[in-house]
Design a protein around this ligand. Structure first.
Ligand code: MN
Length: 454
């Protein structure tokens, strides 16, 4: 190994390193080069931190008590023994990296097998939870093709608003309704208005959509009034996950002006439960795609040469759908989209620098969504709003079923891979959710107000 790409590459990224946990070798998501963290529980143990290795989870609480760890690595494992990873995230990169190096050695050197094997659980026997208590959640809009595709639906001649290339657009989302992968997503009720009508109707959304995004986990944050500079911003990001920002387009279209999305977004957000750490991402850093010559240069607080040179990620993201009929007939999920994180107009560091420049404090365990990441062509669109051209052009699934937006029983599966020549590729694990039927409306009103037939 050399440090020609970055001084932070070490023996944990060595492509020849394998694990005595045999399922890790060649694993599409969790080879020994990844080592992401999550909170898990099982029949015998309450929620605690764990590290993925192949099909297994290493119990960090047991590891902290084993005597096998020392100094910073021990501090990190102790902090990760809580039911939430916030205390671990707050430690920053030093202890995080020390734990990674220690765990990589323990899981790759067969001499440690006997001592460590008893701390492993089969992932299939565990439940995964949210990795942290998320104090605040912010969703951005960095997918330039998404912004431009959606803009075109409303403003064919002027898809991107004038601020887009100057400022990372975002809004403050809702943390309470973020759930880990594999929790059902109930179709929301709300107000919507039909074209030509002057008053809204109330009922289940008929335009439930997904949004393919990355989730960015904040490690050590900042004090109120103390911005994080663009040069330091990368060090505030502890790691990333996949994120599905479920959206109700009919509710959104009626409510979003003038203050932005509200109930159309706050009914549910799914995040993959594994935090893929900054250290695991190191081999997959790449330069931010060059801006068009005509694009404005961002203000100095958003610009850092090193961030531009190495602050983007080489990740391929995919979205698949599995309808109820496909599930019943044993048909494989149908791919709706394949795109790349190269389509992000702003880097993660720029999001952090912008979020805090006015003095706003980010806390450990806060979550940022990047915004929908679409490619420029239809096969890479990150939402059904784009794929179906605003509901005008249904897509046909392998069963012959057609979709503009999601039906009850549809499952959406997000996946992602990080690849770089000379390195073992890693993935994020699962980010999935099934849309279920709306809550009965009759329960919402006094009986006298429920109309006949409802
Ligand atoms: Mn979004």
């Amino acid at each position: 190994m050399t440090d020609t790409i970055s001084g932070l590459l070490d023996e944990t990224h060595d492509p020849s390193r394998t694990s005595w946990v045999l399922s890790a070798n060649g694993h599409c998501d969790f080879p020994v080069q990844n080592l992401p963290l999550a909170i898990f529980s099982c029949a015998r143990q309450g929620p605690r931190g764990g590290i993925a290795i192949g099909d297994a989870i290493l119990d960090l609480s047991a590891l902290a008590e084993s005597g096998l760890l020392h100094s910073k690595a021990l501090v990190a494992a102790q902090a990760a023994s809580d039911g939430k990873l916030n205390r671990f995230l707050a430690l920053g990169s030093g202890p995080r990296r020390a734990l990674r190096r220690a765990v990589s050695e323990l899981l790759s050197n067969p001499a440690h097998r006997e001592g460590v094997e008893t701390m492993l659980y089969s992932q299939a026997s565990t439940t995964l939870h949210l990795p942290a208590k998320i104090g605040d959640y912010t969703d951005f809009y960095v997918g330039i093709h998404h912004a431009s595709n959606v803009g075109k639906l409303f403003r064919p001649d002027n898809p991107l608003l004038p601020n887009y290339k100057h400022i990372p657009i975002g809004y403050h989302g809702r943390a309470s309704s973020i759930a880990p992968s594999d929790r059902p997503v109930r179709r929301p009720l709300g107000q919507m208005i039909s074209p030509g009508d002057t008053a809204p109707t109330f009922g289940p959304s008929r335009r439930v959509d997904f949004e393919l995004e990355l989730g960015v986990w904040i490690g050590n944050g900042n004090q109120l009034g103390e911005p994080i500079s663009i040069g330091a911003a990368r060090h505030s990001v502890a790691g990333i996950s996949l994120l599905n920002d479920w959206s109700a387009r009919d509710i959104q279209a009626w409510e979003y002006q003038p203050l932005g999305p509200f109930l159309s977004k706050n009914f549910h957000t799914t995040v993959s439960p594994w935090i893929v750490t900054q250290e695991a991402l190191e081999p997959f850093r790449t330069g931010q795609l060059a801006r068009d010559l005509a694009d404005p240069r961002p203000l100095p607080y958003l610009w850092d040469d090193e961030d531009q040179a190495t602050g983007a990620l080489a990740a391929t993201l995919e979205v698949h759908i599995l309808s109820r009929l496909m599930r019943e007939q044993g048909i494989a999920p149908f791919r709706l989209s394949k795109t790349s994180t190269a389509n992000m107009y702003w880097t993660m560091a720029q999001l952090v620098a912008h979020h805090t420049v006015g003095g706003c404090n980010l806390n450990s365990g806060d979550l940022l969504g990047t915004g929908t990441i679409s490619a420029s062509e239809r096969g890479g669109f990150g939402s059904l709003l784009e794929i179906s051209s605003g509901g005008q052009a249904p897509i046909e699934l392998t069963t012959g079923e057609r979709r503009t937006f999601l039906e009850d029983g549809d499952e959406i599966l997000l996946s992602g891979r990080l690849e770089a020549p000379g390195f073992v590729s890693i993935g994020f694990g699962e980010c999935r959710g099934i849309v279920t039927g709306a809550r009965s409306m009759s329960g919402l009103f006094p009986p006298s107000l429920v109309m006949a037939g409802e």
